[in-house]
Write a protein that binds this ligand. Structure first.
Ligand code: FAD
Length: 502
């Protein structure tokens, strides 16, 4: 057996790190605080109905991409796994007018122009940017350009259009359009408070043929990943939170989990940095990036959600997946919201049962909403009110399902925080806004030789692809260190220092 690694956290990042390290001959032990792995990427059954509490789209389902190879390596995807190739990234309905975001961009551009000929210029600009974004995705899938950067954007045909979206909120970007249905669609037809750049990017990726959903959703996907981890000889401790990382100031010597002190040569934390630095390292060594992001969190707002899952009997397939609808204002967290994202899971045969379909009702949340729920004396009562009002809004929009709809489950920022420890109850990491920017963290802890961290918080936007990619990068770093491969940059630097010394 090779050297030992203790992996902390059984989300996508931790599981991927564990599998890749086992494949390189390491002896891996993974500690997960919950009774099951998956973290934010999870699915479970309620009353026999499958709830997918994560995957709206999975980037990397497109064959031939780097992400696809990584997902296949951990068996998240394989040749037997069927995926649903949804026709729309999203749709929006505003006063009876339907706006679609389909895969064929030429067709959509023509459709949008028919809705609002007056907006021709803005529509052309929008679709040109989306086309640019699909190319950006192709570029980021090469080993040469593993991540988004300004430099990479500058290689696109019309970078100015894309630069213009980077620091704009979707609300501000939507003002380029005069037609209210187009404005509503841009602002509301996707989950997440993220900015216009992110919206264009994800739609671009989807239009390029990526972003399908594997059948069985997050639950089946995580089950396959876990099976691969165990089949490679990985050891797994569930219900085993790590509470401290102890060392001599230069190296971590052991992790404390309950009464166990776990020694290892390396430690990889697939965790939210707030848990690592505030709790496990007792307030020490928090990277400057996160201090800065937290201080100005309004400029880097995080994305959370309030989700209600209902089962609808006799669903007729008359709601697209997903559809943004206008609703009378409902207070959800700190804000009153006027739109709801409705997501029927009828596309997945594994989610159907006894003629009923699961539908999720999704509302965006952020750090302020999390704080609002925290202050509530009785957050459960507040949740019940919100669930009731959101379901009523859904039934007002789709009265054909009145009497046929039952609530299966719901969760908001507090429940997500409780489940995984995710800061602010968020489902994605910090975004970039008018004053914010891209950020990225190497996953190395300054001054500590054998501790690495990875996961969605290592880089702006978050999501499962970020968890996967940052974990892959951290394993590469660990291998490089272990096998003494010197970075090209480091070689150059040592030559320069030698020359100076002479
Ligand atoms: C409703 C919802 C919808 C989403 N939609 C999408 C989508 O469509 N596409 C997409 O790509 N992503 C989506 N996401 C986001 C995605 O799920 C996350 O970005 C991703 O799963 C994060 O993975 P991670 O490994 O970085 O972190 P996490 O999933 O947070 O994993 C961390 C793990 O560490 C464990 N842990 C915490 N503290 C300790 C401790 N002290 N000791 C041991 N273990 C500990 C946690 O329990 C957890 O299992 C969604 C998430 C939600 C909730």
């Amino acid at each position: 057996m090779g050297k030992s690694v203790c992996v902390i956290g059984g989300g996508i990042a931790g599981l991927n790190a564990g599998i890749e390290l086992l494949q390189h001959g390491y002896d891996v032990t993974l500690f997960e605080k919950n009774n099951e792995v998956g973290g934010l990427c999870s699915g479970y059954s309620v009353d026999g109905y499958l709830i997918d509490a994560c995957l709206h789209w999975l980037m990397g389902t497109k064959k031939g991409t780097t992400l696809n190879a990584l997902w296949r390596n951990i068996d998240a995807l394989n040749d037997e796994v069927e995926v649903s190739h949804l026709p729309y990234f999203c749709t929006a309905i505003y006063q009876g007018r339907k706006v679609t975001f389909g895969r064929d961009l030429d067709e959509e551009e023509a459709r949008w122009k028919a809705i609002s000929p007056k907006d021709e210029e803005a529509i052309e600009g929008f679709f040109e940017s989306v086309r640019g974004m699909s190319q950006l995705w192709v570029l980021t899938q090469s080993e040469k350009h593993p991540r988004l950067s300004m430099k990479l954007i500058s290689t696109l045909p019309n970078p100015a259009r894309i630069y213009g979206a980077i620091r704009k909120s979707r609300k501000d970007y939507a003002k380029r359009f005069t037609h209210p249905a187009l404005r509503f669609a841009i602002q509301n037809a996707m989950t997440g408070y993220n900015n216009a750049f992110f919206f264009l990017l994800v739609y671009g990726l989807f239009a390029s043929g990526d972003g399908d959903v594997p059948y069985g959703g997050a639950e089946a996907m995580v089950r396959r990943i876990k099976a691969r981890y165990l089949s490679l000889g990985g050891k797994l401790y569930l219900n085993s939170p790590v509470t401290r990382l102890k060392g001599d100031g230069k190296r971590i010597e052991y992790a404390e989990s309950g009464k166990n002190l776990v020694k290892a040569d390396y430690f990889v934390a697939g965790l939210d940095p707030h848990i690592i630095f505030t709790s496990l390292l007792e307030g020490k060594r928090m990277p400057h990036t996160y201090k800065h992001l937290d201080k100005d969190i309004k400029d880097h707002t995080v994305s959370g959600c309030f989700c209600v899952y209902v089962r609808v009997k006799g669903f007729k397939g008359d709601i697209d997946t997903p559809t943004a609808i206008v609703i009378p204002k409902v207070r959800v967290g700190k804000k009153k919201v006027g739109s709801l994202l409705v997501r029927p899971y009828g596309f997945d045969p594994l989610v159907q049962r006894k003629g009923a379909t699961v539908i999720s009702l999704f509302v965006d949340q952020d750090q302020d909403d999390y704080a609002y729920f925290l202050k509530k004396k009785n957050p459960k009562k507040e949740n019940r009110r919100i669930v009731k009002e959101l379901v009523e809004s859904f039934l007002n929009a789709y009265p054909q399902y009145r009497g046929k709809t039952e609530v299966l489950d719901s969760f908001g920022p507090l429940e997500l925080h409780e489940r995984t420890g995710t800061s602010f109850g968020s489902i994605q990491s910090y975004s970039f806004t008018a004053k914010g920017s891209f950020y990225s963290n190497s996953g190395k802890v300054s001054g500590l030789d054998n501790l690495y961290f990875c996961g969605q918080w290592n880089r702006a936007i978050g999501g499962t692809p970020t968890a996967l990619l940052t974990s892959h990068e951290v394993v590469k770093k660990l291998l490089r260190k272990e096998h003494g491969i010197v970075h090209k940059g480091a070689k150059l630097l040592s030559k320069v220092t030698k020359r100076k010394r002479k």
